[in-house]
Design a protein around this ligand. Structure first.
Ligand code: ATP
Ligand code: MG
Length: 421
């Protein structure tokens, strides 16, 4: 059911291949020339970056010309013995029933370069008196081990380049059309540009982002820019907190490959700062509470099927809570408290405990409750209202250092201390 689009939309004939038209023509001319007898160059060497259509081109050509392709896995011709067995005899006959055969040695990069293995000398020997065309393919033609193939009299050397963005775009356009997806030109352009001529990976990106959709918008794809970067979590967070559609919010998780427990902590930590309509914040927190319920159940029962619900609530649930909430200005994302306290130094833990003891004395609760249930609120107050913070500082008798720690910033702490004197 889930076929890779690189397979589903793999060009079967030359006309569908984008880019490298010159190279393809050259190769076609050479293959056809065999009809008039064995040419000087008995082998062609195709080389170029990954995913640009090297393998595909030879397959499509052989198909279009009604020839027969003799092909083996790269591992089958790593050594002299194997290569002799496969290509040696095949190259002596031109094919059954008059169908001309083409021998393909693909992915030559994997062939051993060391002389004692002898794979490459064997290939050159076979090429010398082959009675049918041999096609060699590698990414890195300039590798030392291929020097013996640089003889232009004996080898037709053809470089494949990355297709231009416009060419890649036309391939992507064809795919979405056949999938019945309406795609923004901007979205496709983004995918094409990002993949810099690697058709295979562009098609993979397109499938991941667009499969099953009716529409593909720029918003659906733009966040992809961050996929490979360290701050991937911020991008996912942004999608979860500000995603315009359920799908955009959910998709962020699927694509980003982040740890879900970790992501939950991030969403939980940051949600309060990114909603400023209380009812909407309540809805978002409610969604997170539900996600947390599933999280607990998954942990207890190991029923991974429930993961879907946890993800839905913690992403789409939060994103959909937003209606009018629009926090003003830029709000930095905050590192989850829970992770912060796990990585806190001993000195920091001691400071926190000291604060807990002061809260305990005033509120007649345990130190643990003070640290876990009261301190977070104190912290929010310290961050949002210097006046109230100053009052609390006096009441709890927090030291300067403690105010620093709770306020989480020297400037804010200074303002609070000034008011409390
Ligand atoms: N020029 C192209 N036009 C259309 N589709 C392409 C093109 N190049 C690659 N593709 C798509 O990418 C897939 C991989 O292409 P192919 O195997 O030909 O790449 P390659 O150049 O041989 O890469 P590698 O060096 O990794 O072997 C194809 O099945 C096809 O779906
Ligand atoms: Mg290939």
């Amino acid at each position: 059911m889930h076929v890779a689009w690189t397979v589903k939309y793999k060009p079967r004939s030359l006309a569908e291949i984008v880019g490298n038209q010159e190279a393809i023509k050259t190769l076609e001319r050479w293959l056809k020339s065999w009809e008039d007898g064995i040419p000087q160059q008995r082998a062609a060497f195709l080389h170029g970056p990954a995913g640009v259509g090297k393998t595909l081109t030879i397959e499509a050509l052989v198909n279009d010309l009604g020839m027969e392709l003799v092909e083996k896995n790269a591992s089958d011709y790593r050594t002299e013995e194997k290569i002799q067995r496969f290509a040696g005899s095949a190259s002596q006959y031109s094919g059954f029933f008059g169908r001309r055969r083409v021998i393909l040695l693909d992915e030559m990069d994997g062939v051993h370069g060391t002389a004692d293995r002898g794979a490459i000398p064997t290939i050159t020997r076979i090429v010398k008196d082959s009675r049918c065309p041999i096609v060699l393919i590698a990414n890195d033609f300039w590798n030392k081990k291929f020097v013996s193939f640089r003889d232009k009299k004996k080898y037709l050397i053809i470089e494949f380049k990355k297709p231009r963005t416009s060419e890649l775009l036309s391939h992507l356009r064809r795919i979405v059309a056949r999938e019945g997806i309406v795609a923004d030109e901007e979205a496709l352009k983004f995918i094409a540009t990002r993949n810099q001529g690697d058709v295979r990976s562009a098609v993979n990106d397109l499938q991941a982002l667009a499969q099953g959709k009716m529409k593909l918008t720029y918003d659906d794809v733009s966040w992809l820019a961050y996929r490979d970067r360290k701050d991937v979590i911020f991008t996912v967070l942004r999608q979860v907190l500000y995603g315009k559609t359920c799908n955009a919010a959910k998709q962020a998780v699927n694509m980003a490959d982040v740890d879900l427990d970790m992501l939950f902590e991030w969403v939980y930590e940051n949600t309060p700062y990114h909603f400023n309509v209380p009812g909407e914040l309540a809805d978002a927190m409610e969604a997170l509470a539900k996600a947390d319920l599933y999280r607990g159940r998954i942990r207890r029962t190991r029923n991974w099927k429930l993961m879907r619900y946890m993800i839905d609530f913690m992403t789409a649930g939060v994103a959909m809570a937003r209606d009018k909430s629009k926090p003003s200005g830029w709000i930095p994302f905050r590192f989850p408290q829970k992770i912060r306290s796990l990585s806190a130094s001993r000195a920091e833990r001691a400071k926190k405990k000291g604060i807990g003891q002061k809260i305990k004395r005033r509120m007649h609760i345990s130190v643990v409750t003070a640290q876990n249930d009261v301190l977070p609120y104190v912290r929010i107050i310290f961050e949002s209202s210097p006046q109230m913070a100053a009052g609390l500082t006096k009441w709890f008798r927090f030291s300067e250092e403690e105010v620093d720690y709770i306020a989480g910033g020297k400037r804010r702490a200074k303002a609070i201390l000034k008011l409390s004197n």
